[in-house]
Design a protein around this ligand. Sequence first.
Ligand SMILES: *Cc1c(COP(=O)(O)O)cnc(C)c1O
Length: 811
Amino acid sequence: MTLTTTEFKTEFTKVFEALYASNIKDASSVQQYNALGNFIKVYSSENWNQTNQLYLDNQVKQVYYFSMEFLPGRMLKSNLLNLGILDTVRTGIKEMGLDFEEIVGSEVDPALGNGGLGRLASCFMDSIASLGIPGNGNGIRYRYGLFQQKFVDGYQVELPENWLRNGNVWEVRKENKAVTVRFGGEVYLKEDGKNKLRPIYSNTQNILAVPYDTGMIGYENDVVNNLRLWSAEIPVEEEINYKTVADREVVNQITEVLYPDDSNYEGQLLRLRQEYFFTSAGIQSIVRFFKKQQLPWSEFSNKIAIHVNDTHPALCVPELMRILLDEEGLGWEQAWNITKRSISYTNHTIMQEAMEKWPVQMVQELLPRIYQIIEAINQRHIDKKVPLYGEELTYRTTIISDGYIKMANLAIIGSHSVNGVAQLHTDILKEETLRDFYEMYPSKFNNKTNGITQRRWLHLANEKLTHLIDEKIGKEWKTNPAELRQFKAYSKDKDTLSCLADIKLENKQRFAAYAKEKYAIELDPTALFDVQIKRLHAYKRQLLNALHILDRYLKIKDDPSLELQPRVFIFGAKAAPSYIYAKQIIKFINALAHLINNDPDVGDKMKIVFVENYGVSLAELIIPAADISEQISLAGKEASGTSNMKLMLNGALTLATLDGANIEIKDLVGEENIFLFGLTNEEVNQLNREGTYSAKRVLDENERLNRVLECLINGMIPDIEEEGRVIYDSLIRYNDEYYVLKDFESFVAAQERADKLYQDKEAWNQKALINIASSGPFSADFTIMRYADEIWNVKGKAIKNRSFLKGNQPI
Ligand SMILES: *Cc1c(COP(=O)(O)O)cnc(C)c1O
């Protein structure tokens, strides 16, 4: 199927006129966007339909990726790219006298996720489709996405994100595929006359789950997979039971809004409702599809792989059991075998405050039958494991304890695979966090280092760099990212290095234009652009970054004639609305920015830009403009990180602790092409064990640091009286939980090394090039090949270069 520009213009005009019955030139860019989206939907509909049909006809094994969050970013351009018609359409639009970039920019960026976890799910959707793997996403169609962030006097203010205001061209409502999800009421088991116990429900609240499907278009391979997001509605036949606004509200609330917590657990009833809602709906629709094929139950796990992204969908385990036992009449052992063989689980964090656990009573009341099943799973686990491992160890692994249901324990016991998301993270799971489980089930544990799609994060976000790479090594890297390593051959080629520098400069100019227009800040695009973009969290240590900035500022104030490498510090971060400390850090950084940006002594030596409302679209603007990638979490705390991979792919040099995937970046680029600093995980553990760390002592021994900290409380930074004191206290009175002060000196030293290297443009560019050329192994294509091969046991039509499947190293 090839499309000419002329054909495109004709077809597009037809679609537009059918939609709006008016002239396209008079239309708003939103209308133009909407029409283009519709054109794409029509253009790809045959492939969508055929992909489905092919999977059905061949009865292939399919994956269902259950995730509470998806963070897809704008889809127009990436759909055009993957359909192979980006250039044709862009030319056609231009010939029609329309503004392509304006049309692209009028798509809202659907923020149906918080950060890394949701973005990972969306990168995986792209890779699964692009590898031709039969795979489906399963999640929630939130009416409101992650809040919009504004700064008012430097404080974060949250506004609702009404992303559906203009409709959503990509989705298709499928009310014919709706299912009913049951909450509450009472349940008891009754003999059914055939020697089987059947549950009898009464007084339940029945909610209709209606799917909205979005095509996940593979890269130039005619594959269109499905992302299914569920919306809660009142069942038509039960309208009578929902007379008041308040009654109806309870139903609407289930899919009303995404919880804005990242790496943090909130034990709210509504959240539990959300989790069961999309899990139950997804599992019901899988079973329905399986039954259509009229295969024996023994075939279930040969045809279906269910992946649980973090513990939010862990109720997949008891829900699948419930359906198999209660509705299909299978015996416990058979149902349990099917469940375990079908389900696999990814752990995303080791932080205690992020571990999900639900009060027993809450589960009992909201999901009485599910609770009975969890209890039975728990009891069987105890009965089976006590004789093998003794009481002590076994009771440390139970699902129910201290009045709570531990979701990670449920996911581990009810699945056949448990993976961490970077080598260090998986090692920590095995040796520390989940060591009891590792002793019981050593073969369940495996590592799958996260990845990112090079199609969105390089091809689309950085088209100029894409052209350079295409010109040097050809285009194969788009489907086989291992090929990026060929680019290394140009690391000493002066022409290539200078092209690389020109491209970086243009990308920095593009960001500078945005900063000027949006924030009226003038940036010097030749300055070093230093970027930290990620959720605001104490463990990610934006504070350490800010203290370094403050230290530089003091240096300039001491001697305004000092020659310093000019830098632009870019921050992007949302804080959970309930995370007061994180919001205080935001206020502190904004106040610091205001002070520094307006100080004539500083001039172009330093500028700070804290962008509002960081999300995928801003990431696409910032990442290509970055010189330094700040990955400075306390070692052992960041499970993997993925912005580190996106930034490396775009030629930023990483300045990092040995945490998460930073370690694997170091292994790939070599220590001479990364700036490392700080405590290692082992050193952190040792300090924790010894318990002798004194932040006060570190402060007393470091005059420079002392001066920096004084600025938090001496009024030098206007308008942070409260925040400055709280932050100061967190470091001194509460002894610096995240070792910010301990790592300060080595952080500053790494920054100085970076400054020095930046003076030597050629050496810098060479390292940038090596970073780009070494980033292939972080393609989500490889991550997904390993999931497909080692966990899901599914085949894809485009899985090649299988030697990559052996560990994380390039061939
Ligand atoms: C990649 C990405 C993240 C994850 O960033 P980390 O630095 O790995 O935490 C978060 N938000 C958005 C919008 C992203 O694109």
